[in-house]
Ligand binder design. Structure first.
Ligand SMILES: [Zn+2]
Length: 53
């Protein structure tokens, strides 16, 4: 993964709202966009929610 600090600065996990750091970030492409989470569990939960509409 190739993330720069500026890319995630001020971002929070899109599933649980936890602030993200460069060392502690999990990115996943969902649809056409990259979404950022604190862990794969949050990514799974978010993706499930998206698919349910
Ligand atoms: Zn999270």
């Amino acid at each position: 993964m190739n993330l720069r600090i500026n890319d995630i600065e001020g971002k929070v996990c899109e599933s649980c709202g936890k602030p993200l750091t460069v060392e502690d970030v999990y990115a996943r492409k969902i649809g056409n966009e990259i979404h950022y989470f604190c862990c794969s569990h949050c990514a799974d939960a978010f993706e499930r929610k998206m698919k349910q509409g």
